[in-house]
Unconditional design. Structure first.
Length: 153
């Protein structure tokens, strides 16, 4: 099994405590996930985010309905957290989110290590482009939310 890695980062002009609190509300994941995935959180709200929290989702990947369960495996507000897929489309998915204060704002960095079933047949044609598109959409939504004119801190 080949372990793949994906990295993304964005600077947002808000303090890390504020940015982290946005991510600490699981409901906000729906707002930064592309609509074409039809992403829906199944775990009843409110979800108390902490180490060990389990969150269930459903989504569509290329028209196929998928159920996904993650566990928060590390939780260090306002610096970082890690979610790991327990059930879903990947053999492995570990997503580390870090929030670093820089120049009066926050660098939000994502590091994802993942293993794809049938890697050689699907990774370069489907999986990697999908991940890149999802994180591009996410960055666009975060920019709209945190960088728009007229938003007060």
């Amino acid at each position: 099994m080949k372990i793949r890695e994906f990295k993304s980062e964005i600077w947002l002009p808000w303090p890390s405590e504020h940015v982290f609190s946005f991510f600490a509300d699981a409901a906000n994941l729906e707002t930064i996930t592309p609509p074409w995935l039809r992403f829906k959180i199944l775990t009843p709200a409110p979800i108390e985010m902490r180490e060990g929290t389990l969150i269930d989702y459903k989504l569509l990947i290329h028209g196929l309905p998928i159920k996904w369960r993650t566990r928060i495996s590390a939780w260090q507000p306002p610096h970082f957290f890690v979610d790991e897929q327990l059930r879903g489309p990947y053999h492995k998915w570990i997503h580390q989110h870090t929030f670093d204060p820089v120049d009066g704002g926050t660098f939000v960095r994502d590091l994802v290590n993942y293993v794809v079933p049938f890697d050689s047949a699907v990774h370069c044609w489907f999986v990697r482009p999908d991940i890149e598109n999802i994180f591009r959409y996410r960055s666009d939504q975060l920019r709209k939310r945190f960088c728009a004119q007229g938003i007060s801190r």
